[in-house]
Design a protein around this ligand. Sequence first.
Ligand code: DC
Length: 240
Amino acid sequence: MPKLTIAIDGPAGSGKSSVARRVAAMLGYVYLDSGAMYRALALKALRQGASLNDEAGLETFTKETHIELKPPRPEQEAAGAKNGVFLDGREVTQEIRTPEVAQAASRLATIAGVRRVLVAEQQRAGAGGGVVMEGRDIGTVVFPNAELKIFLDASPEERAERRWKEHQEKGEKMTLAEVFDEVIERDRRDRERRVSPLVRAEDAVLVDNTAMGIEETARLIVMLAGDRQKQLAGVAGGNP
Ligand code: DC
């Protein structure tokens, strides 16, 4: 069976990371979290006090930054990490998971030059197929020819509650209302930006998992992947 490229896009809290990681594990594919790259870059910009408005400077800044995604170590995976994230050779897997970094990532992600550099890296990382990549523009820009595209969504209330639970588990004291506002603001920016906004690709399958768990959602996507593989094998073998 041919190995597929699977693109999973959707808003914050839609379950992309957990579902995409599970799908990759079930299929024996590589999992890549493109959002972690925007977050790592944002962490560096915040640490260095870089201006988030200097577009030309930020493109150079991105080119000079080395971001690497690796499979998580078992203890990291047990703690919920989906990729080990390295920024200029130093591990930042935990540090990038704060609301402040998320907001800065969403702001950096509006800049065309930043996206150009990161998209090229994402395309290189996923080049061989057999990959599940998640983000906002994977099916529309990074891998427009992906054999399977999923647009994952859930109600804003459910997405905020999932994020809030994650913060609770880490002992962070944010109220549900604060998390709701953070998620809604980031969604708005991600959907309304001029370059590569979050939109459902025309050929993406919409999966609303408001009332579904991670395992159920992952199984559905694995089933769709199996259908797609059969379809492709049929085409290659000359079947209608
Ligand atoms: O998936 P995430 O919440 O970790 O992503 C953080 C931010 O990065 C998100 O608000 C928008 C941006 N992003 C993007 O613009 N394109 C992607 N492919 C992935 C993330």
